[in-house]
Design a protein around this ligand. Structure first.
Ligand code: FAD
Length: 290
């Protein structure tokens, strides 16, 4: 019998985790009352709320001790900054093996799937205490966990003195109904003009793959497993190869359309519609056909 705890410090991120953790898993919520109320719909056995109006990370030592006292042997959390901090502290406290790069957890077999540089997916069998963070998803509906409140004092060694957005230009594509994603198939930054023209025509927001955002610096954020995750009705992927890290952020899009000149591009295997060809011919043609 395992003793699984999911740690949540934001609203996002526990749907797939709660699903894969099993119905006897417990949920530790570190945050405000609204967060605990929102997460009551999660399908878990027990929900313990640690009220916290400051940085959730400041409770890390205390929440780790609580989980150790509870006999936790499996720690799961969404791959988000506060959750990572709380999960790593708990893992260290209970002596759990930390599995990095995890993309899925199976409670039945106690196996972790993890991505290896986007080239393969390993299955790791675990024994004994284990901890990992998993890709972000939404909160599931259906359960009705009773909330227990646990008052733990937070460390006062650090405090937030300012909260300033890094960039006013970050485009939130996670809630957009239509999204065009651009990859390294776009040769020059100025070529994005034709992408924005198409986006205007179909009412879409424009996002990018990680190399286009972080490598070329053309975007302030990117789509993918470690970036923004789409819930769009339509995802139009342009010049994107379709590596696992990117596709992890787009799988929840209802319809995926891919444009790529390489018929062997992995993205075609996960697309509803594929257009093989040069995007410099196809994008203007699609735009003028509208
Ligand atoms: C730990 C880790 C986390 C990562 N997280 C993410 C993530 O969250 N999001 C993410 O996006 N990536 C992520 N990556 C990177 C990811 O593995 C891929 O390298 C990346 O997604 C590839 O981006 P791309 O498709 O733009 O580029 P490429 O793989 O280079 O693909 C470009 C594609 O464009 C096509 N093409 C070229 N010219 C044309 C043309 N004229 N017309 C049509 N098609 C053309 C090519 O055939 C090719 O398929 C991560 C990597 C690591 C190691």
């Amino acid at each position: 019998m395992t003793n699984t705890w999911i740690i949540a410090a934001t609203g996002a991120g526990i749907a797939q985790i709660a699903e894969s953790a099993g119905e006897d898993a417990n949920l530790l919520v570190v945050g405000g009352g609204d967060l605990a109320r929102n997460l009551r719909s999660a399908k878990v056995a027990r929900l313990v709320h640690v009220p916290c109006e400051t940085l959730p990370e400041l409770t890390a030592a205390r929440t780790a001790s609580f989980l150790a006292e509870e006999g936790a042997d499996t720690i799961l959390a969404a791959d988000l900054p506060a959750e990572r901090a709380l999960a790593t502290a708990a893992a260290a406290k209970i002596g759990a093996v930390w599995i990095s790069g995890a993309v899925a957890w199976d409670a039945q077999t106690r196996t972790v799937k993890r991505s290896v540089a986007g080239l393969s997916v390993e299955t790791i069998a675990t024994q004994g205490p284990v901890a990992c963070v998993l890709p972000v998803s939404e909160v599931p509906a259906g359960g009705e966990a009773q909330t227990e409140t646990l008052c733990l004092s937070a460390s006062d060694s650090v405090r937030v003195t300012e909260d300033k957005p890094v960039s006013a230009q970050i485009v939130d594509v996670s809630k957009a109904q239509r999204v065009i994603g651009v990859g390294r198939g776009i040769a020059r930054k100025e070529d994005l003009e034709m992408i924005y023209a198409l986006a205007d025509a179909i009412g879409a927001k424009v996002g990018a793959t990680r190399p286009v955002a972080e490598g070329y610096g053309w975007f302030d954020s990117y789509i993918g497993l470690t970036g923004q995750q789409l819930t769009a009705d339509l995802y139009f992927a342009v010049g994107i190869s379709g590596q696992i890290h990117h596709m992890g952020g787009v799988r929840r899009a209802k319809v995926i359309v891919a444009v790529n000149e390489d018929p062997q591009a992995p993205i075609f295997a996960e697309s509803d519609y594929g257009i093989i060809g040069d995007l410099y011919e196809i994008i203007p043609a699609v735009k003028s056909a509208l």
